[in-house]
Design a protein around this ligand. Structure first.
Ligand SMILES: [Zn+2]
Length: 262
């Protein structure tokens, strides 16, 4: 369960390790946060891409959001087109989507340009600093919770309840309606580990532990551990710098801990 101590460590973590803004940022560059893929060029663009997968029995679709430098976002879009060609044929709906949507994504990839407006909107949403504001703790936490709750594609009431329990302690100004709205608006897009890539620059290890604990508590909220959710949790722990052994140990301690539903 979250404690006051967590609030102190998390609140303290945010805002302290903020890098100074670049003195002469280029007009199209609104943040000095690097691209999460190459980690070297600046983050300058965001693109949302629909995805379709047709398996023999299941048809999956949704949208993914890629944020990064122009070259990495283009690569991700081309990779997405390739995946659609590989997996998009096995149901009639997916076939139609693959034939009509994939060429559009493929074509759009070549027209990716820097997009300061969309980058600003994304960073506002996830609380990462831009040249107009510092780190926003509330946005970072609401968005982390939304990404975690929606990591399996659906928001179950028990998951929202558990996340609310954490946020209540971590955020003095916590409002349940704000969390509900953020979850409702969170239409897929950024995965929890992509989200963690942004957060890790501003979170101290203690703050990172809180995010991992909240994620584990949400996974355990419905009483069963989905393989996909567990994999995502491992990826987030890896982003936060845990070794393979540490990931195993941390997970075991959380599952054995008090957050396990009886
Ligand atoms: Zn890049």
């Amino acid at each position: 369960m979250p404690t006051r101590q967590m609030l102190v460590s998390l609140g303290y973590s945010f805002g302290l390790d903020c890098p100074p803004m670049l003195e002469k940022a280029m007009p199209e560059q609104v943040t000095d946060t690097p691209c999460p893929y190459c980690k070297s060029r600046p983050l300058t663009t965001v693109r949302r891409v629909p995805y379709y997968r047709g398996y023999v029995l299941v048809f999956q679709h949704g949208s993914k959001r890629f944020a990064g430098c122009v070259s990495c976002v283009r690569k991700q879009m081309l990779l997405e087109s390739a995946k659609a060609v590989g997996f998009g044929w096995f149901s009639p709906k997916a076939l139609v989507a693959t034939v009509f949507v994939t060429p559009v994504t493929f074509g759009r990839a070549f027209f990716v340009r820097s997009d300061p407006k969309r980058v600003t909107a994304l960073l506002d949403e996830i609380g990462v600093p831009t040249n107009t504001h510092e780190v926003r703790l509330a946005d970072a936490l609401y968005s982390s919770a939304a990404a975690i709750i929606k990591s399996d594609g659906e928001a179950h009431p028990s998951e929202v309840d558990i996340a609310a329990e954490y946020l209540q302690v971590l955020l003095p100004e916590f409002e349940r309606s704000a969390l509900n709205d953020r979850v409702a608006e969170w239409k897929g897009g950024m995965s929890v580990d992509a989200h963690a890539l942004f957060l890790r620059r501003f979170l101290k290890p203690e703050g990172q532990q809180v995010i991992l604990e909240m994620f584990a508590a949400v996974i355990l909220a419905d009483g069963k551990i989905e393989k996909q959710e567990r994999k995502q949790w491992d990826r987030v722990a890896k982003v936060f710098g845990l070794s393979k052994t540490e990931i195993q140990e941390k997970w075991a301690s959380l599952v054995e801990g008090e957050s396990v539903p009886v």
